[in-house]
Design a protein around this ligand. Structure first.
Ligand SMILES: Cc1cc2nc3c(=O)[nH]c(=O)nc-3n(C[C@H](O)[C@H](O)[C@H](O)COP(=O)(O)O)c2cc1C
Length: 187
């Protein structure tokens, strides 16, 4: 059975991001036991300290729940990044998790591991924004493509829900994007 890891970046348990996520998982017909949610607001990962430990050892020097996240990433077949746009980027708890992916850059370029993560996986971005602009979502895609390039992880696509400040106005468009994205995932 395909293992799905969700990297969740919202503080709102019943908000727009979670509505997108629930819809997407339903479209994939995902069973609850297939899905692990890593809630970055609960896990509260320490920021990367740029200590360079990972340039010399295949690990992060900070042993918090990023160790569990590393294990979950290595095991999953599909990584779902689900997040609102905050100031044209990810909310800080999710950005902290992404910065901690620096260990994979160092594993690749300082330790010479090719690839730093043995198993390949697909990834998708589900993102919502209060404004009609997709600028933040494009930046988030760029950030993910950069770190995924050393994580044996391919960003297959993005579903965006724009103009959430206007309530459900943009939802139908977002739902269509989620449907298209669910079809783009390998069976
Ligand atoms: C701190 C903060 C920063 C935000 N920055 C942006 C932004 O740069 N662009 C944008 O379109 N919306 C921005 N928003 C709006 C959220 O992206 C939007 O309300 C989103 O639908 C919230 O999703 P949620 O219900 O899952 O938390 C911001 C909201 C907050 C709280």
């Amino acid at each position: 059975m395909k293992k799905i890891l969700v990297l969740l970046g919202t503080p709102h348990k019943n908000g727009n991001t979670v509505k997108m996520l629930d819809t997407f998982l339903k479209l994939l017909s995902a069973e609850p036991e297939q899905v692990t949610v890593f809630d970055t607001y609960k896990e509260n990962l320490h920021p990367c300290m740029a200590c360079s430990h990972c340039a010399h050892h295949e690990e992060c020097a900070i042993h918090d729940s990023s160790d569990r996240l590393d294990q979950l990433i290595r095991e999953c077949d599909l990584l779902v990044v689900a997040s609102p746009v905050y100031n044209l980027s990810f909310p800080s708890p999710l950005k902290a998790a992404i910065d901690r992916f620096q260990r994979y850059f160092e594993a690749r370029f300082s330790l010479g591991l090719r690839p730093p993560i043995a198993k390949p996986r697909e990834a998708v971005l589900l993102a919502c924004a209060g404004s009609p602009s997709a600028d933040g979502i494009e930046i988030m895609e760029k950030q993910l493509r950069l770190c995924f390039s050393v994580m044996n992880t391919q960003l297959v696509g993005t579903a965006a829900w724009l103009s959430t400040d206007k309530g459900d106005d943009g939802w139908e468009k977002a739902k269509s994007a989620l449907e298209r994205l669910s079809l783009a995932i390998s069976a």
